[in-house]
Write a protein that binds this ligand. Structure first.
Ligand SMILES: Cc1cc2nc3c(=O)[nH]c(=O)nc-3n(C[C@H](O)[C@H](O)[C@H](O)COP(=O)(O)OP(=O)(O)OC[C@H]3O[C@@H](n4cnc5c(N)ncnc54)[C@H](O)[C@@H]3O)c2cc1C
Length: 408
C-alpha cells in the first residue's frame, strides 16, 4: 500500500497549513471567547474567513466530485491530510465548508436528492450560505439501533405529516441552520430495514419546536449546539422525500461512511496537536530540578502517544484508500475499525497531555479540555464503539470461517 500523497494533495496540504497559520490560530482564543459569551451568534469574522478560503480554492475539499470552483474533487486519500490539519482547531472546518453535519448532508443530497431538491438545498449548502442538521436519534428509544426510530411520517394527499421527538440534533442552534434531514418511519409494518424514510424539513416549518440545547460536559458547543426538537404535525410536500419510501436505512448507511472517516481524520489532527502541546509544555517547565520532558515516565507518555497517533493515522489512510478503490461497502470493516480506534486514541492522548499540563490542562487556556470532550462524544456519535465492534466482530468471524471453508 502506497500512501505517498499526490502532488495535488501535497500542494493543498501546504496551502491549508499556511491558511491555518495566518488566519485561524491567531484568532483561536478570540473566536472561543466570542462564542462562549454570545452562544448562538455567529462569530462576526466567520463570513470573511469563508470568503477568503473559497477565493483560494480551499472550499468543499471533502466533496469527491470536481465541482469547478466549488470543489477541487479530491479522493478520500487526498482529503485525509487536509482534514487532519483542519482538525487541529475544532471549528476550523467550517471556514473551508467542510464541517459536520453539513458534509454528510451534502453527500446525501448530492447522492440521493433530485434536481429540485439539489437546487433548493444542496447549492446553498455548497456555497456555505446555509447550514443544516441531521435528525435521527430519539430520546425515547435506543437509537444506536436505528430500526428502533419511532418518528412517524404519514402520507396525507400531497403532503407528509411528521410526528416525533428528536435529540442530539447537532447544528440546530446555528443562526444559519435552515434545513433538517429527518429520519422516521413511513411503514412500520414493512421489513425491518425498509420501514424508514428520510425527508427534507425546512427549519421554519410550523410544528417544528426546538425545546432546548443539550449541554456536553457542561458547555453548549456554541454556536451550533445539539438540541432536543419536537415535531408535531409537521407538514412537508411529498416532493421533500429523499430517494423513495422505505429507503431511509440505505441512505443512513451511505451517509455515515464518509462522515465517520471525516471525523477520524480530524481526530488525528486533534491528537497531533495535543502531542505538540505536550512536548512544548514539558520542555518549558521544571519540577524537582529538571525539565518535565526529562522524566522517564513523561517520555514514555510522549512516545506511546506518538505510536498510537501513527497507528491510527495509517489505519485512517487505509480506510480512505479502500473507500476510493472499493466504495463504502467494500471499506465497511476498515471504516468500523477506524471509528473504534480514533476517538478512543484521542481520549487517551489528550488525557496524557492534560496530565502533563497540570492544572492548566483542564481549563480553557489550552484547547485540550475541549479536545477531550469532543473526542469522548465521538465514542457515541455516529454509533457507539460497541455497535461497531459488534458488527466488526460478526463480520470477522464470518470471513474467517468462509476463508477456512474455501481452503478445505
Ligand atoms: C455530541 C453528540 C452529537 C450528536 N449528533 C447527532 C446528530 O447530529 N444527529 C443524530 O441523529 N444523532 C446525533 N447524536 C446521537 C448519537 O448518534 C447517539 O447518541 C448514538 O447513536 C447512541 O444512541 P443512544 O444515545 O440512543 O444510545 P443507546 O442506543 O441507548 O445506547 C446506549 C449504550 O448501549 C450500549 N450498546 C448499544 N448497542 C450495543 C451493542 N450492540 N453491543 C454492546 N453494547 C451496546 C452502548 O454502550 C451504548 O453507548 C449525537 C450524540 C452526541 C453525544
Amino acid at each position: 500500500m502506497d500512501f505517498e500523497f499526490t502532488d495535488k494533495s501535497k500542494e493543498l496540504q501546504k496551502r491549508v497549513r499556511d491558511f491555518m497559520d495566518q488566519h485561524i490560530y491567531p484568532i483561536e482564543d478570540e473566536y472561543n471567547t466570542y462564542v462562549e459569551e454570545n452562544l448562538w451568534k455567529e462569530y462576526p469574522g466567520m463570513e470573511a474567513l469563508k470568503e477568503k478560503a473559497r477565493s483560494q480554492g480551499l472550499w468543499n475539499l471533502f466533496l469527491p466530485k470536481d465541482y469547478g470552483d466549488l470543489s477541487p474533487g479530491l479522493t478520500n486519500l487526498e482529503y485525509a491530510p487536509l482534514a487532519q490539519e483542519m482538525g487541529k482547531v475544532p471549528w476550523a472546518s467550517e471556514v473551508f465548508n467542510c464541517s459536520a453535519p453539513d458534509t454528510g448532508n451534502m453527500e446525501v443530497l448530492s447522492k440521493y436528492g433530485n434536481a429540485e431538491q439539489q437546487a433548493e438545498w444542496l447549492t446553498p449548502l455548497q456555497e456555505g450560505k446555509i447550514r443544516s442538521a441531521f435528525l435521527m436519534t430519539e430520546p425515547r428509544v435506543a437509537s444506536s439501533d436505528a430500526t428502533n426510530i419511532e418518528t412517524s411520517i404519514v402520507r396525507d394527499g400531497d403532503e407528509y405529516v411528521i410526528n416525533g421527538r428528536k435529540w442530539w440534533s447537532s447544528g440546530v442552534m446555528h443562526p444559519r441552520c435552515n434545513v433538517y434531514i429527518v429520519m422516521g418511519k413511513t411503514d412500520p409494518g414493512a421489513q425491518r430495514h425498509e420501514q424508514q424514510s428520510m425527508v427534507i424539513v425546512p427549519a421554519d416549518t410550523p410544528g417544528v419546536k426546538v425545546l432546548r440545547p443539550l449541554s456536553v460536559f457542561g458547555t453548549f458547543d456554541p454556536p451550533h449546539g445539539h438540541c432536543e426538537v419536537d415535531l408535531k404535525d409537521v407538514r412537508v410536500p411529498v416532493s421533500n422525500l429523499l430517494l423513495g419510501e422505505g429507503r431511509g436505512f440505505e441512505i443512513a448507511q451511505g451517509r455515515l461512511g464518509p462522515g465517520r472517516i471525516h471525523h477520524c481524520m480530524r481526530l488525528i489532527g486533534m491528537a497531533t496537536r495535543a502531542l505538540e502541546l505536550m512536548c512544548q509544555r514539558s520542555a518549558e517547565r521544571e519540577a524537582f530540578g529538571r525539565l518535565i520532558k526529562d522524566f522517564s515516565s513523561v517520555r514514555q507518555e510522549i512516545a506511546i502517544s506518538r505510536c498510537e497517533i501513527e497507528q491510527a493515522r495509517l489505519l485512517t489512510l487505509s480506510a480512505a484508500d479502500k473507500i476510493d478503490q472499493h466504495g463504502i461497502k467494500g471499506a465497511k470493516d476498515l471504516i468500523a475499525m477506524i471509528k473504534i480506534v480514533a476517538p478512543k486514541m484521542v481520549c487517551d492522548v489528550t488525557d496524557r497531555a492534560i496530565q502533563i499540563h497540570g492544572g492548566m490542562g483542564v481549563c480553557s487556556d489550552t484547547p485540550l479540555a475541549g479536545f477531550y470532550a469532543g473526542a469522548r462524544t465521538l465514542r457515541l456519535a455516529d454509533g457507539p464503539d460497541e455497535v461497531h465492534m459488534y458488527q466488526l466482530g460478526r463480520n470477522t468471524v464470518k470471513q474467517v470461517l468462509a476463508a477456512r471453508a474455501e481452503s478445505v
